[in-house]
Design a protein around this ligand. Sequence first.
Ligand code: PHE
Length: 340
Amino acid sequence: MQAKLDELIKAARAEIAQAHSPNDILNLKAQYLGKKSVLNSLYSELRSLNPEDRPAFGQKLNDARIQIEGFLFEQEKSLKLKAWEQKSQVSGIDLSMPGIIRQRGGLHPLTIIQREIEDTFMAMGFEIAEGFDIEDEFHNFDALNTPEDHPSRNLADTFYLDNGFLLRTQTSTVQVRVMESYKPPIRIISPGRCYRNDKPDPSHSPVFSQVEALVVDEGISLSDLVDTLQHFASIMFGGKVRSRIRPHFFPFTEPSAEMDISCVNCGGTGCRVCKNSGWLEMGGAGMVDPNVFQILGIDAEKYSGFAFGLGIERIAMLKYHIPDMRILFENDLRMLRQFS
Ligand code: PHE
């Protein structure tokens, strides 16, 4: 019996090594391991052995089966490899060549912050309004109650285009566009790029981004503005941050204010980031000037509103500890990769 088994393994090895196709493999599998195989018949012969010899021989049969399965597996693998090699020769493509790793891009830090700001305001029930980068004097200045001789209209400050249009200097243009088209109640924010003829330095860039907020309804007061600012600041910078407003002037708000938050670096005790004042400037704000309502046909007796404009770069710089605004516009991969 042992001889029979050795013979069988030898024959199986030789014949399986000759297999040429997946079909050959299937047939040989049936021939050597199937129901009608020699191996299977040897299993039935076990019964004719002495009971004490059975376990040892049973083990041998199992070993033989495992060996034959191994032959089949190896031959199948080498057939597949050959087919694959042939295919790649025919197509001229080396399928074994390592692939090119494509690096995925990431979001620009300003985009990340803009989306965070949008999420924060949307959670408060604001909608997002869009405006235009190229605007006319009406939307950028006139409708915002800005007099003809106001310094911000100056060529030294504003980029005028040859066709009489200009690059908007503030997202407040969107206040005008929204109030032109929609009736109160209004509750929108509008993030976007603005342009001013400023020399680049650590805190200025001729292209920068603001997010405008405008709320118009019956009974809106300055405390709604303060509340919204405080809520926004604590979501963006954490619960401990405080906010305040200081009197200021804008032609399109009355009263006007500037918004500060307590320094997110030192907590308000004074440091380099806040120039020892304990406060950081966030942007301009105020109650919509009744003149603006009048220009845009909104009943100033019935409605009141607040507006503010936040600097997005400022927020990004504070959140990511970026010391110089220009870094945000240089597209240096060493900086950008830190956000991907
Ligand atoms: N547009 C103003 C600026 O660019 C900011 C501002 C927005 C002020 C809304 C008041 C109300 O500085």
